[in-house]
Write a protein that binds this ligand. Structure first.
Ligand code: ZN
Ligand code: ZN
Length: 385
């Protein structure tokens, strides 16, 4: 999670509490959500996992009175437009995406991965101007792919074509013409931010001279015009793990867009669509299969050879099996994320012949009489109704 997202997040909304909630109320709300959303309770549910992380983050800030106070003050400044500078709106992107993120603005001196110390340290300017430039991480990329039913169940390696900015091959991402190099911005001394005072607070503001990048390119690379990135179509081969469900989103770290001027790449998210199968259906990790049987097979019992994803198995239909009964074949379902596999659920379904020859018809009539004589009444349960 980037620091920019931190400030855009409404931690109160995340926990479903009001902004005046007491610490106890916050803790209580968190405990309930954490229980409901815990990954152990929602195996394989990426949405629940994301929510769980968000809720944990919100709790980490709001349950600590000092952090909460800082968070509240920061948000108030932003929503009151205290940040100034021509209508910057967090999250609006637009003109703001010109080459810095909130990490830069706030002077994430340590270059660390988004603690509140980093986030607020620069904003409240605690006695020092310890700011340094941190390159902007590449954007995340979303794409989708469609797998066949069996591919999804068993895992597949698929090629994905992506068009996205990659590091420029001419300048290797520096943005400067080969043979030259960017010079340190004289206005901000490479920090990418300059200090400004407003009321009680000292603000770090993106440097105008270098647009927050900390460096000036006098001779831009002709191929990328100084951005350090080029649009390139690339094909990457992605391993989709077995057991992926229709609509599931898979994250591939570092496979997204290249960062500006050598910064880390973003992540790639692949939404997987799964096709249908003629024979099998899916119910979570279980495979489902309808097994057509004759009436006599149900009454007398039989063993039927049924297909699985790994060859055929014999399924025993016990004598006197009711139509619609589900027979379970253990371990012949879809591979699970943590090892093992679901089951194959075989539903027996009587197939009624549309036409019989004379001999079979005569035999069936004789059977019907014998069945009546034996006292079998299919509607015995309706007696008196
Ligand atoms: Zn270039
Ligand atoms: Zn500068």
């Amino acid at each position: 999670m980037s620091q920019r997202e931190w400030i855009e997040k409404d931690f109160y909304k995340e926990l479903g509490v009001s902004s005046s909630a007491s610490t106890d109320e916050i803790k209580k709300a968190y405990r309930k959500l954490a229980r409901d959303l815990h990954p152990d309770a929602n195996p394989g549910d990426a949405k629940a996992e994301e929510r769980f992380k968000a809720v944990s983050e919100a709790h980490a800030v709001l349950s600590d009175p000092a952090k909460r106070k800082e968070y509240d003050e920061t948000r108030r400044l932003f929503t009151a437009g205290g940040y100034g500078r021509g209508g910057f709106t967090p999250g609006a992107g637009g003109g703001f995406s010109q080459g810095f993120d909130l990490g830069d603005i706030f002077g994430a001196a340590s270059g660390g991965d988004g603690g509140l110390g980093d986030l607020f340290g620069g904003l409240f300017n605690r006695g020092s101007t310890r700011t340094s430039h941190r390159p902007r991480r590449g954007a995340d990329v979303e794409t989708e792919t469609t797998l066949g039913f069996r591919e999804a169940a068993q895992g597949a390696t698929v090629p994905l074509r992506l068009t996205s900015p990659s590091p420029c091959t001419t300048c290797h991402g520096s943005g400067a013409k080969p043979g030259t190099s960017p010079r340190v911005c004289p206005v901000c001394n490479g920090a990418g931010v300059v200090s400004r005072n407003q009321g009680a607070f000292g603000f770090s503001e993106p440097c105008d001279e270098c647009r927050g990048t900390g460096s000036i390119i006098d001779n831009p690379c002709v191929d990328c015009h100084g951005s350090g990135t080029q649009n390139r179509t690339r094909t990457i081969t992605v391993r989709i793990p077995p057991g992926v469900a229709d609509g599931q989103r898979i994250r591939l770290a570092g496979q997204g867009e290249a960062g500006l001027r050598g910064a880390p790449s973003g992540d790639l998210y692949v939404t997987v669509h799964v096709g249908q199968d003629k024979v099998f259906g899916r119910a979570g990790d279980d495979l489902t299969l309808v097994l057509p049987v004759s009436y006599s097979e149900l009454v007398l019992g039989t063993t039927v050879s049924v297909p699985t994803l790994q060859g055929r198995v014999g399924v025993k239909v016990p004598p006197g099996t009711a139509d619609g009964r589900i027979l379970r074949v253990r371990g012949r379902g879809v591979s699970k994320r943590g090892g093992g596999a679901g089951d194959l659920l075989v539903t027996v379904k009587v197939a009624v012949p549309q036409k019989l020859d004379d001999e079979a018809t005569a035999a069936l009539r004789a059977y019907q009489e014998a069945e009546k004589a034996s006292g079998f009444d299919p509607r015995a349960g309706w007696a008196g109704a």
